[in-house]
Design a protein around this ligand. Structure first.
Ligand SMILES: Nc1ncnc2c1ncn2[C@@H]1O[C@H](COP(=O)(O)OP(=O)(O)OP(=O)(O)O)[C@@H](O)[C@H]1O
Length: 331
């Protein structure tokens, strides 16, 4: 368990992390979501004692990081995949970590196997691709067989096979009862892996909710209907207590997930339908609305105005989240 209480970090005038209070629990994957610059990495660095809080407190199973004996056996983390001495082989990097943390050497081969790096174990890290470096970083996090794991943007730079593998790994670690805390700036990624969501923007807590509740609250459904017999359908809908809105191009839209009812009404009144479909707002759009006031660098174009996309999970796996990425204004 990771417990944050009023955690705050200021860099001069800049408040990178602003009074964060939340708990990351075992047995589930907790997604740590926020636009670029929201303060995710700074929060994770404070959890690991790499940055000192300006105010507040963070504890790992009730203790500060520096109070943990052999910390890698309590919490393993992937923060920066390239933070490895390039002249070391994958194996010697892990052996050095194991020795300095009282971890038996046989764990090195076990974790190399787990992350699929056995074949390149004796190759120098400087020749590794970003994907291989990510896997080496994950091997280091797993080395001490810790109950708590923390990954900062672990799918960055991975190919589809690597992304699929890491999603499975996170879920299986949580299923073993471990605490899994993973950051991302993409709702689409979290929608596929996280059971619980912590959303931050400009260092502040915006949401602390289960994924199921987030979906229920944000993935509203709306039925689209097209018919050549518009007046009769409107009349039938009205008598059934359903309110339709004109969506242009001959399309009527009805709030809620009432497609079956509308199809049955149409059949009952022998009304021909040319279209009957359900639209759900995408989770990516819900995330963008939630963080709209807290994005550090906006793209020049406005975010999509229409709140209704395709099926929520399917749409969430698209690329919509890119719209909150930093622009050239970042420089
Ligand atoms: N050492 C530092 N000195 C000054 N400002 C910093 C420092 N580290 C981070 N910041 C600022 O604090 C804010 C939060 O940064 P942080 O890297 O924690 O965000 P993030 O959510 O991890 O973003 P990203 O997804 O882009 O990595 C940013 O505005 C960043 O510029």
């Amino acid at each position: 368990m990771i417990e944050l209480s009023g955690l705050t970090k200021r860099y001069g005038e800049k408040v990178a992390v602003d009074d964060l209070t939340f708990t990351v629990r075992p047995g589930v994957v907790t997604g740590f979501l926020g636009p670029n610059g929201a303060g995710k990495s700074t929060t994770m660095r404070m959890i690991l004692g790499l940055d000192h809080p300006t105010a507040g407190d963070v504890r790992i199973d009730g203790r500060h990081y520096h109070e943990l004996p052999d910390p890698l056996t309590y919490i393993g983390a992937l923060l920066d995949a390239k933070a490895v001495h390039g002249g070391r082989t994958a194996r010697s990097h892990l052996l050095w970590l194991a020795q300095s943390n009282g971890i038996p050497a046989h764990r090195v081969d076990t974790v190399l196997e787990t992350v699929g790096l056995t074949a390149v174990a004796r190759k120098k890290a400087k020749g590794f691709s970003l994907g291989m470096s990510q896997r080496l970083g994950i091997a280091a996090a797993l080395l001490g067989d810790p109950r708590i794991l923390m990954f900062d943007e672990p799918v960055n730079g991975l190919d589809p096979e690597g992304i699929h593998w890491i999603r499975g790994l996170m879920k299986s670690l949580a299923a073993e009862g471990r605490t899994v805390f993973v950051s991302s700036h993409l709702m689409s990624e979290m929608a596929l892996t996280a059971d619980h969501l912590i959303v931050i923007g400009q260092g502040r807590l915006l949401a602390d909710t289960s994924m199921a509740d987030f979906v229920a609250d944000n993935a509203h459904a709306r039925v689209r209907v097209r018919t050549p017999d518009r007046e009769r359908l409107l009349d039938a809908l009205h008598r059934a207590g359903l309110t339709a809105q004109d969506a242009g191009d001959g399309v009527l839209e009805i709030e809620g997930d009432a497609a079956e009812r509308i199809g049955e009404l149409a059949a009952e009144h022998r009304i021909v339908l040319h279209e009957l479909s359900v639209r759900r707002s995408s989770l990516e759009e819900a995330f963008m609305r939630l963080t709209a006031g807290a994005v550090e660098y906006h793209a020049h174009q406005a975010p999509p105005a229409a709140p209704w996309g395709a099926d929520s999970r399917a749409a969430a796996s698209g690329t919509g989240g890119q719209a909150v990425a930093r622009t050239s204004a970042e420089g």
